[in-house]
Design a protein around this ligand. Structure first.
Ligand code: BTN
Length: 225
């Protein structure tokens, strides 16, 4: 991740990212100690007192069809983060992270743009030190409730970012170790060079035209003659 902006109080870190995205670099992280207009999915309010983690990661110029990949990486990284604290969490499709049937974290993704997005913002709320969820007490939990100890929110954010970075590194490593990149292949009676593999697992080809093909569309003989 590039820059980390830490705010004491903000309406919503997602709204902050939307307002400022033009002058922020892709992969900027915005964190707030408190939100006064925190938003959840389906126009729900995301109650945001101090003590929990409220953060947004801004991505620019990425492909719309890679959104699910970003969602998967984020969800898995939250589960791994919690696992490091000995909390067994699972992913409730599409955007909730749950522990013993109670929600511990939520993700709110918002986009602007068409095929290549002006922005993808990933808002993440993780309940850390909250003890009383009032009318939601049957439905929500926090790290404190599970582990009976307080955590530093910025420390948790940093742990989360480093896990997310590892996820990204896995993709980079996959690309670096790829045997097919730069190879010439035959596809539909034409010759192409493999120029990349995108995060959806599609092969990027360049010949008389540029193509993106799904792995099911190509046989091994065409790849490895
Ligand atoms: C949900 O489960 O409904 C999604 C909740 C997302 C909450 C986070 S907190 C940081 C970011 N800013 C917001 O206003 N919402 C997201």
């Amino acid at each position: 991740m590039k820059d980390i902006i830490i705010l004491n109080q903000v309406d919503s870190t997602n709204d902050y990212a939307k307002e400022h995205y033009m002058k922020l670099e892709s992969e900027t992280v915005i964190v707030a100690h408190e939100q006064i207009k925190g938003r959840g999915r389906s126009n729900h309010i995301w109650n945001s007192p101090t003590g929990n983690l409220y953060m947004t990661i801004l991505f620019k110029n990425i492909k719309r069809n890679s959104i699910f990949n970003y969602l998967m990486n984020t969800s898995i990284s939250i589960v791994r983060l919690l696992d490091n604290y000995n909390i067994d969490a699972s992913i409730k499709y599409p955007n909730d992270i749950i522990v013993k049937n109670k929600k511990i974290a939520g993700i709110l993704m918002e986009t602007k743009g068409d095929e290549i997005l002006d922005y993808l913002i990933i808002g993440i709320g993780i309940n850390i030190n909250q003890l009383d969820f009032k009318e939601l007490r049957e439905k929500a939990t926090s790290i404190y409730i599970e582990k009976h100890k307080e955590y530093n929110t910025i420390g948790v954010m940093k742990d989360f970012i480093s896990i997310l970075e590892v996820q990204k590194e896995l993709y980079k490593e996959y690309i670096m170790k790829s045997y097919v990149l730069g190879k010439r292949i035959h596809y539909s009676n034409e010759s192409f060079i493999v120029t990349g593999i995108n995060k959806d697992g599609k092969l990027l080809l360049k010949g008389s035209c540029e193509l993106e093909i799904h792995m099911n569309e190509i046989s091994l003989e065409e790849l490895y003659e």
